[in-house]
Design a protein around this ligand. Structure first.
Ligand SMILES: Cc1cc2nc3c(=O)[nH]c(=O)nc-3n(C[C@H](O)[C@H](O)[C@H](O)COP(=O)(O)O)c2cc1C
Length: 207
C-alpha cells in the first residue's frame, strides 16, 4: 500500500537512490495512478521554454531512457528536431521525491518503435490522432477538427488506422538526474550523471 511509504527513508548511496528512481519509473509505466505516470516534458521553442504533461509509456533502466507518444504534427516535433535537448520533471507526493531529468530526445516516426507503440494504442485512445488539424492550429468551432463522420457514428479499429500517419514516439535518453527527497530531518539532494551508462557518477548536493 502506498500509505505505508510515508515513513522516512534514510537514503545512503547511489545504488539505493537509483534503484528507487527506476522502480518508480517502471511502476508508472504499468500503473495509471502512479504520480510518475505523468511527468512534465519541456523543451526550447524559438529560444523560449515550453512545457506540457505527457504519459509515460515505456522505460528501460539499462538504456536509461523513457518513451511517450505524441502527435507528429505538434510544433514540439519540429523544435525537437532543431534542438533535441529536453527536460522531464517528476514528482511523487507520497514518496516525497522530485526528479529533474536532463535528456536528449529522439523522434521515432514510422519505425519499428513507432509501429509497436501504435499497436498498443487502444481503440478509444486512437481518437487523439484522428483530428484533422495539427495540435495548436486555430479552428472555427470547438469540435471542428474532429471528423464529423467519426463524431456522429464513431469509428472502427480499422478506420482508426489512418491515425498512424500522425503518430510518433518520443524517446528521452537521460543525461543526468537531479534527485530531491523531502524529509523532515532535512532534505536530501543528489546529482546522477549518465555520461557512462554502466557507471553513473554521483554527487550529493545541497538541497
Ligand atoms: C494528463 C495528460 C496527459 C497527456 N499526455 C500527453 C502525451 O503523452 N503526449 C503528448 O504529446 N501530449 C500529451 N498531453 C497533451 C499535452 O500536455 C499538450 O497539451 C499537447 O501535447 C499539445 O501541446 P504541444 O504540441 O505543445 O506539445 C497530455 C495532457 C494531459 C493533461
Amino acid at each position: 500500500m502506498r500509505e505505508n511509504l510515508l515513513s522516512e527513508i534514510n537514503y545512503k548511496n547511489l545504488e539505493q537512490i537509483e534503484d528507487k528512481i527506476w522502480s518508480l519509473i517502471h511502476d508508472a509505466v504499468v500503473n495509471r495512478d502512479a504520480p510518475f505516470r505523468t511527468p512534465i516534458f519541456s523543451n526550447i521553442e524559438d529560444g523560449k521554454p515550453n512545457a506540457r504533461t505527457v504519459v509515460l509509456r515505456s522505460a528501460n533502466s539499462n538504456d536509461k531512457n523513457i518513451f511517450f507518444n505524441a502527435d507528429f504534427r505538434s510544433p514540439k516535433i519540429k523544435y525537437l528536431k532543431e534542438n533535441p535537448q529536453c527536460h522531464l520533471t517528476f514528482y511523487d507526493k507520497l514518496e516525497k521525491i522530485q526528479l529533474r531529468v536532463t535528456a536528449r530526445s529522439i523522434i521515432h516516426y514510422q519505425d519499428s518503435i513507432c509501429s509497436s507503440a501504435w499497436n498498443k494504442v487502444n481503440h478509444f485512445s486512437r481518437k487523439c490522432y484522428l483530428y484533422e488539424k495539427s495540435p495548436g492550429s486555430e479552428i472555427n468551432s470547438p469540435r471542428s477538427s474532429y471528423p464529423r463522420e467519426f463524431f456522429e457514428n464513431g469509428y472502427t479499429l480499422n478506420q482508426s488506422e489512418c491515425g498512424y500517419i500522425n503518430f510518433c514516439v518520443i524517446e528521452c535518453l537521460f543525461i543526468s538526474i537531479d534527485w530531491l527527497y523531502l524529509a523532515a530531518k532535512g532534505h536530501l539532494r543528489a546529482s546522477l550523471n549518465y555520461k557512462s551508462k554502466s557507471e553513473p557518477s554521483f554527487t550529493w548536493i545541497s538541497p
